[in-house]
Design a protein around this ligand. Structure first.
Ligand code: ADP
Ligand code: MG
Length: 225
């Protein structure tokens, strides 16, 4: 399984009595693209942070690409994320004063990818994502939000992750940009057979996915009984 959760529960240390997540069982097969929707505050970002190893469970099994994140040291988890997981967030994806190429190079550096290959793949990805050569050398703060999100995808894909995690990455884009962003994202993950977990409150985005789930069907925390 690309993702496998078993009896996972999580509460933030500041509010230990308030369970944010309680997931008895959930899994995603390799190569699947899954859309998980739910209202703001429902725990979508918390779930993604557990899967990328930014947060750790209180108890339960968190397996990603066959590895138990909950049993790894912090150092190994950071390394595992850099090598195997691509992440795209709603905002603040990029280092604003670096250009697109250096943002991507930095991600490749953390994963210790081979430099010559990185240069070539960076060009390829930026071309596929429609970032023209002159835009690649501007500080990313000077790019449009749509361009920044496309650079963020390039950065998330540079290390050839098997799993891509996307946290409402299109919510700051207008309708037209959102549609082309989604089309690009879906064609790239299908081309490279990447497992995609995409979360959003915006149910309209579900049209791009075959597997669509409500977080409330996965997560029993906070449910009314
Ligand atoms: P979503 O992404 O679906 O909007 P979140 O995962 O961000 O939901 O939040 C789920 C719950 O956890 C909310 O009640 C939120 O207030 C709380 N929460 C999120 N981040 C933190 C944090 N760093 N510290 C404490 N509580 C948090
Ligand atoms: Mg969120």
């Amino acid at each position: 399984m690309a993702i496998h959760l078993q009896n996972v529960s999580f509460a933030y240390p500041q509010a230990p009595q308030k369970k944010v997540l309680d997931i008895p069982h959930w899994s995603v097969a390799p190569g699947e693209q899954v859309f998980v929707h739910g209202p703001s505050g429902g725990g979508k970002s918390t779930l993604l942070n557990l899967l990328s190893g930014i947060l750790q469970t209180d108890h339960g099994e968190v397996s990603v690409l066959g590895e138990r994140l909950d049993q790894m040291s912090n150092r190994r988890r950071d390394r595992f994320r850099a090598n195997h997981i691509g992440c795209v967030f709603q905002q603040f994806n990029l280092i604003p004063y670096l250009d697109a190429i250096d943002n991507i190079r930095l991600a490749a550096h953390f994963a210790a990818s081979k430099q010559a290959a990185v240069e070539h793949q960076t060009d390829e990805l930026l071309s596929a994502l429609g970032i023209a050569p002159p835009e690649r050398h501007k500080p990313t703060a000077q790019l449009s939000i749509g361009q920044q999100q496309r650079v963020a995808i390039a950065r998330a894909l540079i290390n050839k992750p098997q799993l891509l995690i996307a946290d409402e990455p299109s919510s700051s884009l207008d309708q037209e940009n959102r549609d082309s962003f989604m089309a690009l994202l879906m064609s790239l993950v299908k081309e490279h057979q990447i497992t995609l977990l995409f979360v959003s409150h915006d149910l309209a985005l579900s049209q791009h996915f075959r597997r669509i789930e409500a977080l409330s069907d996965i997560n029993t925390a906070g449910r009314m009984h």
